[in-house]
Design a protein around this ligand. Structure first.
Ligand SMILES: [Mn+2]
Length: 357
């Protein structure tokens, strides 16, 4: 087992000890990958202080035997039934389960683990995933560098009046794969002109015209980890107002980069860039939060909802202020930041100065 996996399981055990439940059932496949390195589409694990059980079916058993270490591996389609059998004599009373399961799955749990007290757990493994280790950080950097290169290439691909948003999105997707991505981390956003006022305008068959802005929000998977980046460019020419608004959003993005470091409160993470936009008079047009964590998922903890928590070294977050003028246009600039003790490291390096193609 790699040291990274050992450390994750040790942290899991400590969290289990502190949680008050006797065992935790993990069914979220991303969390299972994090804890075991297994990435099939069917697996269930249970960890108590006595056992680590890993159940998958015949399709994945060879992969499991190759990858999963430190668990008893069980080959069966009825994961819950097999786990119930295995723990029957262990004297467990409470079993924690992840609270994002479906209601149908919960009903099944209640039936199979009748006699146990079932405790829903929020973010049990996600909490462990907050702080990235060196291998995760190196992988996220690779994902970001793939996006950076694809962005530079797309600038030459766009021909005003000839290229559609969908063509641009497809180019980015394909180019990221050519650079080594295993896929895209979410549907690429390519929104031009009036459509850029929609923060998450999906690429359409609209032609990109001279005089318009174009917001590109895209990212990829590299070895299971994601990148998530936004750049807004202008096509043909740019007005004074557009230049001014671009400068405001860029200053907001940079304000967080200058201040972000371990110990900064979640309130300030959102507040510092928001203040720049508010002071410029565009407060009501910055209609979403400043960002989110990234890692194995493109949207993961922290979401900066809790006001009493602080950034910690090893978190990777996005910094994505925007201004959206409905019916007119909008723009956003997004970087991925690694939080350190003394500041932050920018992981996305594509140029941010105003680009007119
Ligand atoms: Mn994002």
């Amino acid at each position: 087992m790699t040291n990274y996996l050992k450390q994750r399981l040790a942290r899991f055990d400590a969290a289990l000890e502190a949680s008050g439940v006797d065992a935790v059932l993990v069914t979220n496949l991303t969390n299972i990958y994090y804890l075991t390195g297994f990435h099939g589409t069917n697996a269930t694990i249970l960890i108590s202080d006595k056992r680590r059980l890993f159940v998958t079916d015949a399709r994945y058993i060879a992969m499991a035997r190759e990858v999963v270490q430190g668990f008893d591996i069980i080959d069966h389609r009825d994961a819950l039934g097999e786990i119930a059998k295995a723990i029957a004599g262990d004297g467990l009373e409470t079993i924690g389960f992840e609270n994002d399961v479906t209601f149908g799955f919960y009903q099944q749990l209640a039936r199979v683990f009748e006699g146990y007290q079932l405790e829903p757990l929020a973010n049990f493994v996600e909490q462990l995933r907050l702080i990235k280790d060196a291998s995760e950080i190196a992988t996220i950097k690779q994902a970001c560098s793939i996006s950076d290169k694809a962005f530079l290439d797309v600038l030459d691909f766009i021909k005003p009046g000839k290229t559609t948003e969908l063509e641009v999105a497809t180019f980015l997707d394909f180019r990221m794969r050519e650079y080594g991505a295993s896929g895209i981390s979410f549907d690429t956003i390519a929104a031009s002109g009036y459509r850029s006022a929609m923060p998450h305008g999906r690429a359409s068959d609209k032609l990109i015209l001279a005089g318009e802005s174009l917001t590109l929000d895209f990212g990829c998977y590299y070895n299971h980890y994601v990148s998530d980046m936004t750049r807004t460019i202008h096509v043909g020419h740019v007005t004074d107002e557009e230049r001014e608004i671009y400068d405001i959003v860029l200053r907001a993005n940079q304000a967080l980069i200058e201040k972000a470091r371990a110990g900064l409160t979640f309130t300030d993470v959102d507040g510092i860039p928001r203040k720049v936009i508010e002071e410029a008079g565009y407060g009501p047009y910055f209609t979403h939060g400043i960002g989110h964590g990234i890692g194995l998922d493109v949207h993961e903890e922290p979401f900066f909802r809790k006001t009493d928590e602080v950034l910690e070294a090893g978190m990777v977050i996005t910094d994505e202020p925007g201004i959206y003028l409905e019916g007119k246009y909008g723009l956003r600039i997004e970087d991925d930041l690694l939080i350190t003790e003394t500041g932050c490291e920018i992981l996305t390096h594509a140029p941010k100065e105003l680009i007119v193609i």
